[in-house]
Design a protein around this ligand. Sequence first.
Ligand code: IVH
Length: 667
Amino acid sequence: MPGSPESPAARIAALRAEIARHNALYYDHAAPEISDREFDALLRELQDLEAAHPGLADGASPTRTVGGRPLGEFAPAAHMAPMQSLDNTYSPDELREFVARVRKLAEGRAIHFTVEPKVDGVAISLLYENGRLARAATRGDGTTGDDVTQNIRTISNIPHALRGPHPGLVEVRGEIYLPKSTFAELNARRDEEGLPAFANPRNAAAGSLKQLDPAITASRRLAGIFYGTGAWEGTEPPATGRGVFAALEAWGLPVSEKILEGSDADSVVAAVEKLGELRHGFAYDTDGAVVKLDSMALRREFGSTAKAPRWAIAYKYEPERAETRLLGITVQVGRTGTLTPVAELEPVFVSGSTVSRATLHNEEEIQRKDIRIGDLVVVEKAGEVIPAIVEAKKALRTGSEQPFHMPAACPSCGGPVHKEGVAWKCSSPGCPAQLRRRIGHFASKNAMDIEGLGEALVGQLASAGLLKKIPDIYSLEKNALLGLERMGEKSASNLLAAVDASRSRPLWRLLNGLGIPHIGTASARDLASHFHTLDALASAPVEALLAIHSIGDVMAEAIHAWFQNPANSSLLAALRSSGLNFGERDEPSAPADTRLAGTTWVLTGTLSVPRESAADTIRRLGGKVVGSVSKKTTHLLAGEEAGSKLEKARELGIPVLSESDFRALCA
Ligand code: IVH
């Protein structure tokens, strides 16, 4: 503690050990225990003590090294140019001080800055030799990282070859991230498998990249984004940071869609604040902004301290937090029986929305944080996407707070429970809550997409005895529906029409809806496009499943086992006799309407419908959807606030369609 009677030497030693432990948790285990802010406070205390006691300096101190050591299981990969870290600032005043320091170093010469998102991912260096991806390495200690080339090759938006003119050798620097949109899906899957949820997309990306089995990495749908270069040989590097961005984009590497600029303290602070608003709309999580001096000549001249360049700085946004009362803890039963404790909160506004519930993950998490019912708790939008409870305000307890215990029986069916890993699970396969969840999942947007058949109606139908298992959906009758509360003639007809329409959904939707362990939207699509029919998939041996790039050992075994289970065979038989498409109808390789055959689309900006749904429309009409604009792109669909992709498309003369043009084309 800062004011404790400990000697400086003892405190320095304690801080170094503590910081090394947190570095290992963050870099090696992707499981940090403290926030970046708390970490920086420890680091600053150590820096101050070392400055006050130069005799106690040590070259191996965490104040003089970057991050974690290389991990070990991967081959070491030495960087050609070191991978540096950045100093952090937390207030506009600190940012102004940075601009003032740079201005002083510039001695009257003009200065200009770029302001870009600080992507909260895992730092990566890609080595391209003669334009081909030769190696990919994590940062490690800044000098040597882990060789993760095989894993990086599975990431679809990272080119294996650079486009156009490029230097003979270049190290490209950026971040690997898990798109916010897939994070919730990954955690839901882990939850069902009894695995601990990832706290945020960054940890999920780090955990996914450090898989020794590239198939697992592939199944996680990671993405890359790039912002700089290290070694550069064979041609003259650009004279500005903006020139580097233009080069990266021209080579086909994804870069941030919003790079703002500033030339003095006011405009830099304004740009940082602007990014603070825009960042919620990015596909990746951001934890700050990075301000960089644009001129490469000045960057070289100003150089670096032991740890970070003098020409760049990070600004960390406040994680958005709020305090509220924990009114109770309910226990939810998932579709595979996992019991998840959920915090019921007094509604509170955080990061743009009202939060009244937050997952508590599992019993151990509640005990570790010593959270009790009735506590005043701190809620944070962790990684901007899911609300989490950070801590309980223990000092404000009145004594009436109640500790929580997991129920000894399933809260839905009263049946026995058992433990798998950290998760408690209901042991009865016939548990009504599990059945409702399975039916709800089957009907959901990313599965059979039966409009109107949400969790609430599934519950109502189940209570009325009309829905006991998935195939019952297809024998619902109008008269029975009309007997339900709040169900009129029109809603009943609409529901039956939606049920009927779902019979001809593409195979991947059925595969996703069946709830086969480990299968999500992405792997369901891969399986459907590889096997074409459900029968071919059902009879596929494990080796045939392994032939698919994104399917690893664990997934292959699970899929195979699912189809061997007699209960699942009878489920499939019932669905087949209800007239569902088992793939045979997808077979004629030309889709009925091929208006967009031969076209390749890029979607950008904010659309009024989810991007995936616009992409579905394009695919249904025979078109292809890709992530980045290239010469092969034939159409760009641009929504609101479209950025660099739009510019690029215009440069390449690619037709740009607004959403209403697009609707007209597809109507
Ligand atoms: S520039 C020498 N730009 O944040 C400058 N870094 O906390 C090196 N990061 O080590 C980094 N977004 O891993 C830069 N737009 C961005 C960034 C960024 C995220 C990471 C990077 C860096 C760390 C520092």
